[in-house]
Design a protein around this ligand. Structure first.
Ligand code: FAD
Length: 411
């Protein structure tokens, strides 16, 4: 049953979170108006393939779409693409677009995502320096990633490593420069990071760690030619991808007086500090079961889960239990899946042999599994999610022993 006061829902941001809120509202029987406002000119699309199959040329623009173009008219979802929301007025309950249009709402959903963090060094504005956050970025990077091109990737996070794998597939040379002492330092355990460094090296990509980029050099035409490190090392290149993280796009929320702290602060139903205003996806910092505090996740499953929470609240449905946070990464023939939060663990247990290209790393806090990283091991991933959800206590020796069925460890 729709909340009787909600007849007009406005969604700001037509990415994964925003498009899912719109679709789920109709799917769950909401029959009021829905306006989906996006500042990009293209129809809502999936971002994960931008560093993977789309970059490799293995997906078309239509394959990228979250929903077919007809879907929005069929579902009576009013779209405003190519003009972003500039102002949110939470007293008048209106949003104002760049072109001046004012749209009233009963419920507002902020789904503005995140922006690529800029590299704060001289030369970062040279031609040939790329970021990868949206469709146009991927087109430009794809044009630069041609056979024989030398690509330097600044940042050894998941996006950087995925682009390195795609670049090699396309016949370009790739070097990854990571400031920390290992790749994926903020987001993965040392075992997985070590395995991936070796896997990339075997396929021709060097991951240089403790590499502090201080300057980018260019030629007279203003095109990047080299990345220079603090120790003087120069990496000559034809193009650079900067993949040093993303920052929540909180500008319009902050200006509207909605509580933000490195992200829009939301509760377990996506509600912000202001009545009638929700937020979902990369722009939020959200609570999670088992992991105290609020967390900013950048993952499709989290955005979709929050879309369900918000729709449930707008429609007056009972709150649903939290899902275990998870995401995936594809690099070469590796299907990597991660669940839980590695940062909450105090030790790691390896199950399987990395040399076989198929293994799992369980991360424990005391005897409880708080996170898992799996490589080409989908069944282990499914069971591990259940272990995390139930806060099950496990015997580390059994966990490490592939002859012990994981299912026997799920209570
Ligand atoms: P977005 O999808 O970023 O959408 C936000 C939209 O809001 C954008 O279109 C933005 O332009 C628009 N917007 C911003 N401000 C305004 C405004 N004022 N008015 C109107 N519109 C506005 N996740 C995974 O789980 N697995 C992966 O393998 C994976 N790979 C990724 C690879 C890449 C290259 C990238 C960039 C991300 C990847 N992610 C992956 C993360 C995932 O794509 C995001 O978590 C997800 O897209 C978040 O959805 P969102 O709706 O919060 O934000």
């Amino acid at each position: 049953m729709t909340h009787p006061d909600v007849r007009r829902v406005v969604i700001v941001g037509a990415g994964h979170g925003g498009a899912n809120v719109a679709a789920l509202l109709r799917q769950h029987g909401y029959d009021g108006t829905i306006t989906l406002v996006g500042d990009e000119t293209v129809w809502p699309y999936q971002r994960p393939p931008l560093s993977k199959d789309y970059l490799k040329g293995a997906m078309s623009d239509d394959d990228l779409l979250i929903k077919p173009k007809d879907f929005y008219a069929e579902q009576r979802i009013d779209i405003r693409f190519g003009d972003g929301v500039q102002v949110v007025d939470t007293s008048a309950r209106t949003v104002t677009l760049g072109g001046g249009e004012v749209i009233g709402y009963d419920a507002l959903v902020i789904a503005t995502g995140a922006a690529a963090r800029q590299l704060p060094v001289d030369g970062a504005d040279l031609e040939g320096v790329h970021y990868l956050r949206n469709h146009d970025d991927a087109l430009r990077l794809g044009n630069a990633t041609v056979p024989g091109a030398r690509l330097v990737i600044v940042g050894g996070g998941y996006v950087g490593l995925e682009v390195a794998a795609s670049a090699r597939h396309l016949g370009a040379a790739a070097v990854v420069l990571e400031r920390e002492d290992r790749a994926l330092a903020r987001v993965a355990g040392a075992d997985l990071a070590g395995f991936l460094a070796g896997y990339h090296a075997e396929r021709g990509t060097r991951i240089c760690t403790s590499a502090d980029v201080v300057r980018l050099d260019g030629d007279e035409a203003g095109k990047v030619t080299a990345v220079v490190l603090a120790d003087g090392t120069r990496h000559e290149c034809d193009a650079v991808l900067v993949g040093v993280g993303a920052i929540a796009r909180t500008e319009i929320a902050e200006a509207a007086g909605i509580a933000c702290d490195g992200g829009v602060l939301v509760d377990e139903q996506g509600l912000t500090s202001v009545a009638g205003v929700y937020a979902v996806g990369d722009v939020t910092r959200r609570p999670l079961d088992h992991f105290p505090g609020r967390h900013r996740l950048e993952s499709i499953p989290s955005a979709v889960e929050q879309a369900k929470q918000v729709v449930g609240h707008i429609l007056g449905e009972a709150a649903r239990p939290h899902e275990v946070p998870w995401f995936w990464s594809d690099q070469y023939d590796l299907k990597i899946k991660i669940a839980g939060l590695v940062g909450f663990a105090d030790r790691a247990v390896l199950r399987g042999d990395p040399a076989s290209g198929k293994f799992a790393v369980f991360h424990l806090s005391g005897d409880a599994v708080v996170a898992v990283e799996t490589v080409n091991s989908a069944p282990e991933f499914m069971v591990a999610k259940k272990l995390i959800a139930s806060s099950a206590h496990v015997d580390a020796a059994q966990l490490a022993d592939p002859s012990v069925s994981l299912r026997d460890l799920v209570s």
